[in-house]
Write a protein that binds this ligand. Structure first.
Ligand code: NAD
Ligand code: UGA
Length: 463
């Protein structure tokens, strides 16, 4: 089968960039991205592509090239499903907040809604692709809904998890380490796999396109995120030991990373990993292991989350302890709110938890982030339900200029590794602060010696 029309349900951080790149690389394929969120679709259609709802380096240029040619954003979900041969499901799969598996298992209500809608609308055979990250064996549930509520047409379910990281989504999509496609081992399943392989082969070398059975593909995605997060918790665990022993975690990371079996990537100690997926996917893995009675497997992976929570709390405790055990009424400036640089995404950002802890200690928090809006920061805090929105608004002041944000501060805390922070005039910032001027570098991006020479009391992670 030659694919000429694709529909993607979900115009979020995955659906938007992924489909934009498919459209750019496959001008012969019409790609329609649909979403229930009208504002989101309106923003994707903003005549000025600088205003699209997701900030990713290089993305607005790709959208400018393909949008209106073979890339479309729409709220007409049924029409797009009806016309497409392939439907990607790229909706959110957050951790369930109620009932059985609360706080652990992925909430699949959005996935089920998509399956039901596809079943209702489809009048011809379709390939349905799981792009969202899903628990292993979800394809079984999707197939059951499609087969039992559909109009008698045939569906092939493929698993094609996405491995892009935010902030580098465009380069990750253009040059992926691999594309993973899982499908049935029947002739129809193999045909569906090969149709999707052909789409990616427009720009990805064939030997990087890996095909497996559906369950391996679903589980590989959870496994990849678990391994990545585990590396961060491992180095963060070492950072605490470094602080006690006089070792320096950057030096330790470099030393171990030069072992080609370990490798240098993903060994940056930090205030803790954030983002919408690592925690959610590991909790999901833990739940799946427990549901099969594999308690040791579950405990092993849960420790990655326990360590991450500890690291975030340890960071805020350190600020309080260093500031003579009280931050009440002190101005603490946060540089960065996003969960990593080059994104406006704040989901599960460690910053939110550090802010919450310090507001509990009655600190006044000032924030500067180049891409995150004040309303987003406040809604992140409100989401925790620790205190009223009014109290959150009183405790948090947001600045559009970093020098203004730092003026009169008792301490500065770096929470996102935005490159611009390293280019600031730190002498000027020091001169404008309360003394002693404390600097807590939660990302180890600044040079300790230079800042100490200016007069800062500098505290990095793991040294
Ligand atoms: P997101 O919240 O940014 O986007 C999901 C979109 O789906 C939302 O705009 C929502 O309105 C829409 N939606 C939900 N139900 C719908 C329905 N029934 N019909 C139409 N639209 C609907 O989420 P995301 O970050 O893009 O993540 C999507 C999935 O991809 C998740 O499973 C996630 O784990 C996975 N993933 C995310 C990333 C990432 O970097 N964010 C990377 C790889 C995989
Ligand atoms: C991660 C994975 O890297 C992607 O492969 C995956 O597709 C995605 O999750 C997903 O499934 O959602 P992402 O969360 O966007 O991507 O960003 P990462 O670069 O992995 O960073 C995650 C968090 O870990 C950030 O808070 C980052 O600052 C932190 N981190 C990362 C560290 O603290 N140290 C490191 O060495 C690396």
């Amino acid at each position: 089968m030659k694919i000429t029309k694709i529909c993607c349900i979900g115009a979020g951080y995955v659906g938007g960039p992924t489909m934009a790149v498919i459209a750019q690389k496959c001008p012969h394929i019409e790609v329609t991205v649909v979403d229930l969120n009208e504002q989101r679709i309106k923003d994707w259609n903003d005549p000025n592509t600088e205003n699209i709802p997701i900030y990713e380096p290089g993305l607005s240029e790709i959208v400018a090239e393909a949008r209106g040619r073979n890339l479309f954003f729409s709220t007409d979900v049924e029409k797009a499903i009806d016309e497409a041969q392939v439907i990607f499901i790229s909706v959110n799969t957050p951790t369930k907040t109620f009932g059985k598996g609360k706080g652990m298992v992925a909430d699949l209500k959005y996935i089920e809604l998509c399956a039901r809608q596809i079943a209702k609308v489809a009048k011809e055979n379709k390939i349905v692709v799981e792009k969202s990250t899903l628990p292993v064996r979800t394809a079984e549930a999707i197939k059951s809904i499609l087969d039992n509520t559909g109009n008698g047409v045939q569906f092939q379910i493929l698993s094609n998890p996405e491995f892009l990281a935010e902030g580098t989504a465009v380069t990750d999509l253009l040059n992926p380490d691999r594309i993973l496609i899982g499908g049935d081992t029947t002739p129809e399943g193999e045909d569906a796999i090969s149709a999707l392989v052909d789409v990616y082969a427009n720009w990805v070398e064939k030997d990087k396109i890996l095909t497996t059975n559906v369950w391996s593909s679903e589980l590989s995605k959870l496994t990849a995120n678990a391994f990545l997060a585990q590396r961060i918790s491992s180095i963060n665990a070492m950072s605490e030991l470094c602080e006690k022993t006089g070792a320096n975690v950057n030096e330790v990371a470099k030393a171990i990373g030069m072992d080609s079996r370990i490798g240098p990537k993903f060994l940056k100690a930090s205030v803790g990993f954030g983002g919408s997926c690592f925690q959610k996917d590991i909790l999901n893995l833990v739940y799946i292991a427990k549901s099969y009675g594999l308690n040791e497997v579950a405990d092993y992976w849960e420790q990655v989350i326990i360590m991450n929570d500890h690291q975030k709390r340890r960071f805020s405790n350190k600020i309080v302890q260093t500031l003579y055990n009280t931050v009440a009424d002190k101005k603490i400036t946060f540089l960065g709110w996003a969960f990593k640089k080059d994104t406006n995404d704040t989901r599960e950002s460690a910053t939110i938890y550090v802010a919450d802890d310090l507001i509990n200690e009655q600190a006044n928090i000032s924030v500067y982030d180049p891409k995150v809006s004040q309303s987003k920061m406040l809604s992140d805090l409100d989401y925790l339900q620790t205190r009223s929105s009014e109290d959150n608004s009183k405790a948090l002041t947001v600045f559009g200029d970093p020098y203004e944000a730092c003026k009169g501060a008792h301490a500065i805390s770096i929470l996102t590794e935005w490159d611009e922070f390293a280019t600031y005039d730190w002498q000027k910032i020091y001169d404008s602060m309360h003394k002693p001027a404390f600097l807590f570098d939660g990302r180890n991006i600044l040079e300790a010696k230079e800042l100490e020479a200016i007069g800062f009391v500098y505290k990095g992670i793991g040294s």
